[in-house]
Design a binder for this molecule. Sequence first.
Ligand code: SAM
Length: 282
Amino acid sequence: MASSVRVCNPRFARGRTWVAEVGIAPESGGKFVRRMSTPSDNGWSTSAGAWLRLMEQGDPNRVLLLDEVMLGLCGEVRDRDVLDVGCGEGRFCRMLGARGARTVGVDPTVEFIAEARRQQPGGTFLAAGGEALPLADASMDLVVSYVALVDIPDFRAAIREMARVVRPGGRCVIANLNGFSTATTHFWARDEDNNKRHWTMDNYMVERPGRAEWAGISIVNWHRPLSAYVQAFLGAGLRLEHFDEPMPTPAVKAKHPKMQDFHRIPHFCTMVWRAPARPPAA
Ligand SMILES: C[S@@+](CC[C@H](N)C(=O)[O-])C[C@H]1O[C@@H](n2cnc3c(N)ncnc32)[C@H](O)[C@@H]1O
């Protein structure tokens, strides 16, 4: 790596430090490249304990916003084969399993797979990266990825894999962090009274890894523009059926005023991608 830029301003981060690491390799002809060599050095293993504690307490983004939206998008799952790519400790698999789905959870972080198996003995949880799913072609009715694409180094390979394992006519239901959320430089710019003025971001079109630290978790995930994700799904032969930037309900906002911020920055998007009824002729 010839050069790198580190951006870190804990004053603005308020307990959550963001370090953007962007490198330019001479051999790439000046193109930005990813810094990490393997998915195992992304910090998820060492952060597993802190993540499990956060999940136990209940992550507000999930509990107050995304769970209901994602369950609604999944629809009727009884007796369906459902894969969760980047399943973590199996939380969403358990939620879908309680609705009658036959679930398979895949995640490369072995600590999460062990915890998932502990919490759901007999559940199917496989230690693997999304880039090489240990599953047969066209074996799943539904593929879910719940805020995990940002964590997958080769997200294009993972999306091709989702398209490979989903049955003709099946769907991929995705929640992901929005690009302007991952392109932030200092989170909120604040005035002298510490009021939030506006969200900061830069280099939106530059794909890059960045370190995120909060609640004792320290991981590397990835910024990519929305177009990169959309083009990867289109390139895998899937068709977009739904796109949204989910908002908390009025009841949630009334009870949890911090959730009002989603009107200023909707951190997440949801998408549903459908596989063609029959794979296109080769
Ligand atoms: C933000 S967590 C989300 C976990 C879970 N989907 C949830 O909502 O609770 C991101 C997950 O992506 C996983 N991950 C990291 N690299 C991955 C890869 N190459 N393929 C699939 N998942 C990966 C991490 O181990 C972690 O469990």
